[in-house]
Structure formats: structure tokens, C-alpha cells
Ligand binder design. Structure first.
Ligand code: PMT
Length: 400
């Protein structure tokens, strides 16, 4: 991801043990093309020296509001205006309280007051201090004022306590910065996505399903939300965390999914059908558990066709969203995918070869070939996370 290239981050370090991680954080951000200026509180200097931070950032570190020398090179108002993002890491309970209280009693708190840039806060403190109602109320105040809060993590602390309050690791903060600067390619779009398998009941304890884990669909939902879209995710039974900012509706069978999708599709601008929907379901669901009998060596379950969800959406005459299907194939990828594109009247189809190990069902990576009427595009094997971001960027160009 090149989202950090050329971005200007003002790193505000306050006096907590996690300050020592700021050298690593600075190096990782600079590696990605970020320009960093560092401001330290007096207490921060007890944990990491300004000389270290100057060496890794390549710029003089500012710490005093009343330092004529520092004010001559870039005064605090210029510094506040310079930043695209102010990152307070580590943000101690004291710094959080001062910022929540609107104090300007040192250079760092003054800069926070003076900047128009978004401010991200990475809390770091003892778990009891973090849980303290005063800290919680201060954080709630910052959230209300649209500060961004990253973390804290939980685990063993420098003081030996265990609990929430650890500053996120440098790479976790780098990823948050990358996401923060991710271009909002789909802002203004509302995207409906289906994910996971469907379960078609045979009796109260048995069903027919498939190996879809929901990973691909959930990554798509996360990528869409990160790209600025409002996202509704309709999922079959899976064990996946709902991505932040995504509205999730759980369903079980293809008919449930069909019903929910048809209710919501006309309110959305894009529909992505990633779910592995069962094509057929048992015609009759036994009310009681079907018993094994001595005299029968085989049993027959008559199956009937499920509604084709993506085709129903694509045939809407009013409120038809831009409609994207998936094709899970084990042979003749292009031939079968193009047939589905045409027969289901789709705008785009994303074909994956699910016969290759390490991609398709239940893997963390995937490769796709996307077909539309007059073209195709190959997305080589990569993580489903990365692939989802690439696909969202591709779709955003297609709907222009
Ligand atoms: O969930 P994962 O483990 O991460 O795996 C991801 C995946 C392999 C499930 C995903 O990448 C994928 O290929 N999803 C589509 C699976 C599928 O059902 O493909 P299909 O070729 O059978 O169906 C074609 C299209 O019609 C799909 O968009 C499907 O959602 C849709 N369909 C199918 C049947 C039906 N009754 N209604 C539908 O809408």
C-alpha cells in the first residue's frame, strides 16, 4: 500500500514506557514515504532521548513552547498547520486528560489545540488507570470531538499488571495510518454484499451446505467500508468478525438470503454476490429427525431449485444496483464464468478456480479473473484482504 507516501505526520510523544517504541514507529513510517516531525513532552524525554528521535526522524525534535531557537525554525503554529495527521503515541492518561480539558500548558497540548488536522490517539497506561472512570470519560469526550482512538491493546504490562492499556505495536499503528490515508474511492456508494454458505435443512439436525468460510465476502465488506462506502453484509452461517462500520444481517438458507437481499437491493448502488448459495434445497424438511431403518440401505432426498439471488437482483427494473457476481469453477473458468455473466445479466463476474489448493474456499488467499462484456482483468494470487481492496478500487473505476 502506497497510501503514506508524501503524508506529513506530527508524532506527539508523552511520558510513558511505550515511548521507546517510537523510534521503531518513526522508522517504519519513514520507510513508507511519510515525513515525520516529532514533538515530545518533558516526561517523554525520560523514556527516549530527543537525540534518538532526531536521528530517526531526520529533524530537530521540538519540546518547549518557549524555545526561541525551535520557534525560529518552524514555530508551533506552522507545525500545527504542516501536519496531515497528528498522532499522539504513546498518549498517557495525563496527556489525554489535558487534551480533553482543552489545556495548552506545553508545546504538545498547544499544538493539538492549534491544529486543524485530524488527531489520532494511541492510549498507553496502566490497566487500572485506563479503566478509571476519569480516563474513560476523557476518552469519551475525545471521541465526541471526533478524535480517532487507536487501541489500546491488552496483555501483560511493563508494571506486571495484565489488562487493557498497552500502546498498540508500531506496525499496528502504521496499518492504522495506512487505512486512515486510504483514498475514499467509494464514498457516497452503498454496497450490499452476500457472504458465506447457505444451509438447506433436511430435518431438525441435518442440512446441506458447502465449504465457504465467509472470508472473501467479509474482506470485501471491510474493504468497501474502508473505501468510504456504507456497507450492508448479508451472511450465511460463518465464524467471522463483523468488520467495523458494517451493518450485518445473518441468514441461514438461500430462501432467507433471497428475501433479505430483495428487500435491500433497490436501496443500494452496488450488489456483490459472493455467497456460495446452494442451487437446490430438499423439497420437504422433515419435522422430526429422520431415523435410520434396518431395511433401507439408501435414501433419496428430492431437491428443488432455489431462487437465483444475483439473477433476481440483476433483473430488477427499478432500483437495479450495479451487479457483481462470483463464479466458483473447477474447470473451463472463462467459458462457465462468461455464461453466468450473460445468463444472469451481470455487469461483472469474478471467477475463481476453486480446484487449486491455497485459493477459493476457506483459504486466506485467492486469485480472480474478472470478466465483463468486452473485457477481462486478472488479479493474481494474493491475500483475500489485499484482493478485496484491489477489487473495490477496480469496481470504483468501472462505475465511473
Ligand atoms: O467464503 P470463502 O471460504 O472465502 O470462499 C470464497 C468463495 C469461493 C465462496 C467465493 O470466492 C466465491 O466464489 N463465491 C461464489 C460461490 C458460488 O456460489 O459460485 P456459483 O458459480 O455457484 O454461483 C454464481 C453466482 O451466482 C455467485 O455470485 C452466487 O452468489 C450466485 N448465486 C448462486 C446460486 C443462487 N441460488 N443464487 C445466487 O445468487
Amino acid at each position: 500500500m502506497q497510501t503514506l507516501s508524501g503524508k506529513k505526520i506530527l508524532l506527539g510523544i508523552s511520558g510513558g514506557i511505550a515511548a521507546y517504541k517510537c523510534a521503531e514507529l518513526t522508522r517504519r513510517l519513514i520507510e513508507r514515504g511519510t515525513e515525520i516531525r516529532v514533538v515530545m513532552t518533558e516526561a517523554a524525554k525520560e523514556f527516549i532521548t530527543p537525540l534518538t528521535m532526531q536521528a530517526v526522524s531526520g529533524h530537530q525534535v521540538a519540546s518547549s513552547l518557549l524555545d526561541p531557537e525551535a520557534e525560529r525554525s518552524m514555530n508551533h503554529i506552522e507545525l500545527a498547520k504542516w501536519a496531515d495527521l497528528v498522532l499522539l503515541a504513546p498518549a498517557t492518561a495525563d496527556l489525554i486528560a489535558r487534551v480533553a480539558g482543552g489545556l495548552g500548558n506545553d508545546l504538545l497540548s498547544t499544538l493539538v489545540l492549534a491544529t486543524e488536522a485530524p488527531v489520532a490517539v494511541a492510549p498507553a497506561m496502566n490497566q487500572q488507570m485506563y479503566k478509571n472512570i476519569a480516563t474513560q470519560e476523557n476518552l469519551a469526550t475525545l471521541i465526541r470531538r471526533e478524535f480517532i482512538i487507536w487501541g489500546p491493546g491488552a496483555g501483560e504490562q511493563a508494571c506486571g499488571d495484565v489488562g487493557p492499556g498497552r500502546m498498540l505495536e508500531p506496525m499496528e499503528l502504521v496499518h492504522h495510518c495506512e487505512e486512515f490515508f486510504q483514498p475514499r474511492l467509494l464514498s457516497g456508494q452503498s454496497i450490499l454484499i452476500t457472504a458465506g454458505p447457505t444451509q438447506e435443512a433436511i430435518d431438525p439436525v441435518r442440512y446441506i451446505s458447502n465449504h465457504s468460510s465467509g472470508k472473501m465476502g467479509f474482506q470485501l465488506a471491510e474493504a468497501a467500508a474502508r473505501s468510504g462506502a456504507s456497507v450492508t453484509l448479508i451472511s450465511g452461517p460463518v465464524n467471522q468478525r463483523t468488520p467495523d462500520g458494517v451493518c450485518r444481517i445473518d441468514v441461514t438458507s438461500a430462501t432467507n438470503m433471497h428475501e433479505e437481499v430483495m428487500k435491500l437491493a433497490p436501496e443500494h448502488t452496488i450488489f456483490i454476490s459472493c455467497a456460495a448459495v446452494a442451487d437446490y434445497r430438499p423439497e420437504c424438511i422433515s419435522e422430526q429427525k429422520i431415523k435410520k431403518t434396518k431395511d433401507k440401505d439408501a435414501m433419496t432426498i428430492r431437491m428443488i431449485k432455489n431462487p437465483d439471488i444475483v439473477a433476481s437482483v440483476a433483473s430488477l427494473t427499478e432500483g437495479r444496483p450495479y451487479t457483481v457476481g462470483f463464479a466458483a469453477e473447477t474447470q473451463n473458468l472463462e467459458h462457465y464464468a462468461r455464461n453466468k455473466l450473460e445468463q444472469k445479466n451481470l455487469d461483472l463476474i469474478c471467477a475463481n478456480d476453486v480446484s487449486v489448493s491455497g485459493q477459493g474456499f476457506n483459504s486466506d488467499s485467492n486469485a480472480l479473473t474478472v470478466y465483463w462484456k468486452n473485457g477481462e482483468h486478472v488479479f493474481p494470487l494474493t491475500s483475500k484482504n489485499q484482493l478485496a481492496m484491489e477489487l473495490m478500487s477496480f469496481i470504483s473505476e468501472k462505475i465511473q
